[in-house]
Design a protein around this ligand. Structure first.
Ligand SMILES: Nc1ncnc2c1ncn2[C@@H]1O[C@H](COP(=O)(O)OP(=O)(O)OP(=O)(O)O)[C@@H](O)[C@H]1O
Ligand SMILES: [Mg+2]
Length: 244
């Protein structure tokens, strides 16, 4: 086994990277894949809450990247999404050096089918380190002009750095998303210049389950959208679950 490495990025903050990372990891795990999710952020961590590992973490990613412990010591199984393992971000601090991340990924890759690297907002050290180790980048963007423009800057940075697989996930799509400042999904695709791989609806179920560290209820539209994203990554040809 040698894991596929997917980085999750956005440019602008707060677009749903961490939420999508956990929920996607949960659906890949439900499909029988072994999944490790690394949150490469510090200070603004949220993966621990969404995945239900909050309070169970002894070591975090900064302990691993600074050499204070081996990667396996920092891995915690999500009690919410079976088969999803998590390395959380620290409350604060921690340098992200590409060589240290590469070493960690090299050590963990034989044990997993997928490693998801949830990066911080912006194009700083977490983004730069993640792109040196990733096979694919998922840009999780909300359908508003500023986020899409920042997403394009992130996409260009990835492509110019040699990443051939940049995919667009449009998140938080609702009835009022289009027809105004952003015309439609095509405009999102054209602005970012990346292939669309998923459309995830604005979802009260996501908000509630993420805040409580509970499983996203099967049967809601967001669950279906995340499941389709996982299955597309696994090679299935599916129509986008676009309905809102
Ligand atoms: N599809 C959705 N429907 C409703 N709420 C959502 C959806 N996706 C994300 N959210 C909410 O948006 C907020 C930000 O999400 P999240 O923390 O995942 O963003 P982020 O991109 O990781 O942020 P940061 O840049 O700070 O790391 C959270 O409150 C989350 O519950
Ligand atoms: Mg985040």
């Amino acid at each position: 086994m040698s894991a596929r490495i997917l980085m999750v990025a956005s440019g602008k903050g707060g677009t749903g990277k961490s939420t999508v990372s956990v929920l996607l990891g949960g659906r890949l795990a439900a499909a029988g894949k072994k999944v490790l999710l690394i949150e490469l952020d510090s200070g603004l961590r949220s993966v621990d809450i969404i995945s239900g590992v909050y309070g169970k973490t002894v070591y975090d990613i900064s302990d691993v990247l600074s050499g204070r412990c081996e990667g396996d010591k920092a891995v915690v199984e999500s009690p919410v999404y079976k088969g999803l393992s998590v390395i959380s971000a620290p409350y604060e601090g921690g340098e992200v050096r590409p060589e240290a991340l590469r070493r960690l990924i090299g050590r963990m890759a034989p044990y997993f089918d997928f490693i998801l690297v949830d990066t911080a907002a912006g194009l700083g050290a977490p983004f730069q380190a993640a792109r040196t180790v990733s096979d694919m980048a998922l840009l999780v963007l909300t359908p508003d002009p500023v986020t899409l423009r920042d997403g394009r800057i992130a996409a260009d940075e990835l492509v110019n750095g040699g990443c051939k697989n940049v995919r667009l996930v449009v998140n938080r799509v609702g009835p009022a998303s289009f027809g105004g400042a952003v015309r439609d999904l095509d405009e999102c695709i054209d602005t970012v210049a990346a292939q669309l791989i998923a459309v995830i609806p604005e979802s009260a179920e996501i908000q509630h389950s993420a805040a409580q560290g509970m499983a996203l209820p099967a049967g809601c539209l967001a669950f279906k959208a995340l499941d389709n994203l996982a299955r597309r990554l696994l090679g299935e040809q599916l129509a986008l679950a676009v309905r809102w």
